[in-house]
Design a protein around this ligand. Sequence first.
Ligand code: BGP
Length: 459
Amino acid sequence: MIKFPEGFYFGSATSATQCEGGTENDGRGKNIWDLWYEEESYKFHGAIGPGITSSFYQNYKEDIQLMKQTGHNSFRTSISWSRLFPQGYGEVNDKAAEFYRSLFLELKEQGIEPFVNLYHFDMPVKLQEMGGWENRKVVDYYKEYAWTCFHLFGDLVKHWFTFNEPIVHVECGYLQCYHYPCKVDPKAAVLVAYHTALASALAVKEYHSMKQGGKIGIVLNLTPAYPRSSHPEDQKAAKIAELFQNKSFLDPAVKGAYDPELVTLIEKHGLLPEAVSEDLEVIRQNTVDFLGVNYYHPFRVCAKASLPNPAAPFTPGYYFDNYDMPGKRMNPYRGWEIYPRGLYDIALNIRDNYGNIEWMVTENGMGVENEGRFKTDGIIQDDYRIDFYKEHLTWLHKGMEEGSHCIGYHVWTFVDCWSWLNAYKNRYGLVELDLETQKRTIKKSGYWYQELLKNNGFE
Ligand code: BGP
């Protein structure tokens, strides 16, 4: 029997853009995903967009009832910055404040602890027009936004996160073209990463100064980089991949400083931003209270097969290649590697190299394309997902038994949600969403999760 400690946080996670819908309601301003969907909608093949999703803005009470039924004791979502501040700054939208207060209150009343994230990829359009995270002024607007959230909801919310997966908006927005502003500009990428770490530290500082008696952390998608072999060149490649992929945010958030090796590499490419010493001091002094970790798959890394093109814009891939490990286990329904042991390695890494800081799994899940094919007797028979969770929880539990201080586990996600690039192609939920009727139907994994939560463990 795998048994988790009393009071372990079990639940699920989502984000405002991916579940709320109601983008035209009650004075919400646009964020970059409304724009992305409008402009790139041909890629979504007529699928519904962020304007509808699972209409959590209207249906949150029903969804909270379902969460209660499955035994959730906690749930993570995010606040939509452009719902609260339609311009990104200035006047608070009272209707939005009312919505989030009612949502957090309802969760509390149903015995579900809210974990609230301030930024999940969703820059208000007005601020993106000013340069988004490239503009130092936006960092100050974020600080005001964070302060306002603590002020408005801090009596109800005791677990905050400053950002979700900040490396993603850096890479996808500034090195590849998967998010706005969709450009390849390594210098901007580094500046954005630095401004984001600074914004996070400023939010931590504000929160601590308000003495509300809760905790504040950051959610990082830690992706262990495994080298192809013990050959020194492969080892070096994996070490550099770790620096960029994981340590670039983990170190400033938890240790208050960047790894000197990362700084040297960035300097070598002439990309180091001009940092003001007071800002570096803010990062140094305001480290997080706890950590959220999203884990989906590992990173397989080897030395570069050929010399990088010096004329091409710099990306971390300058230093390593990804390789296709023979025999690796793939999710046949989504195309990501499944490697449950990665969660154990993360647990020990946090224990050994990050002061054994308190942490939790803030996302772990299995996306499945065309999931309707697994439906019999009106229920999605997602045994593959149950196996996926069992295996990850087994490795997590082992890490905890060996002393890693993990306090919770949230699956991604509860009700099937909208995704940034794939709309509803890949389903992750414990609960199926019918896109035409908005009807929710618990999947087999949802019933399994209910048993897990009832017993705080599984056989
Ligand atoms: C994480 C994001 C989530 C979610 C998830 C699944 O990186 O934090 O917002 O989208 O990945 O990924 P996808 O939706 O691309 O399948």
